[in-house]
Design a protein around this ligand. Sequence first.
Ligand SMILES: Nc1nc2c(c(=O)[nH]1)N[C@H]1C(S)=C(S)[C@@H](COP(=O)(O)O)O[C@H]1N2
Ligand SMILES: [Mo]
Length: 233
Amino acid sequence: MSKPISRRQLLQWSGLSGAGLLLSSCGSNFGAQEIGQVIEPLNQATQSLLLSQKPVPEFSIHQVEPDKLLINTFDQTPKIDPAQYRLEISGEVNHPMQLSLANLRSLPFTSMVIQHVCVEGWAAIVQWGGVKLQDLLKLAQPKLNARYVYFKSADGYYESWDFASAMHPQTLMAYQHNGKLLSVEHGAPLRLASPVKLGYKQSKWVTQIILTAQLMPQKGYWEDQGYEWFGGL
Ligand SMILES: Nc1nc2c(c(=O)[nH]1)N[C@H]1C(S)=C(S)[C@@H](COP(=O)(O)O)O[C@H]1N2
Ligand SMILES: [Mo]
């Protein structure tokens, strides 16, 4: 288990500074200060991947369809205490991390309006807000051999994505939905949201993100029952 990330580390790894981040960290439980941490540049492969990613056109906020996003959960809605919640990032990374909700909220916020498509035959235009997964992975510093990203959820759901889709600029770890704080049924405190993948790839209640060099025999909850793995849109 990694230590909770310190505010100094967040600032150094992200290259972020300024009043917004400093103010928003008031009252949060940042741990030990790591002094003299070296800032490592992203590796060349990751850098060129980022440059090559094209954004998917978005909808206007007026096109949001609030009643169309059906709740789709294979089992029970898990109970998560927001104060105890940590997102753990581990595996093939140089800086394993644990982020509290305060940590996540102190990072740059992105909002997007995209279409969510479920293979069961429904779709909805949805606004999502949160942190770019790309920003989180940059903080964790993927190793050169990182090719897949696993997501583990509090309800036992699990998913795996290709690294490029995880680094896409519109792949978010969302904590906001249609202008409000994300509801528990839709995956609070934190879920995946992206216009590049089908609904079943978009894990709710994510607690762990694990980078791997290989795809494991267990690829995803629905994939292991025959759904296609890539699940692209
Ligand atoms: N943890 C978890 N995430 C999940 C699921 C689930 O059962 N458990 N269902 C998936 C499916 S099939 C879809 S279509 C979307 C639905 O998201 P929603 O319930 O917020 O509409 O969540 C996805 N993420
Ligand atoms: Mo779905």
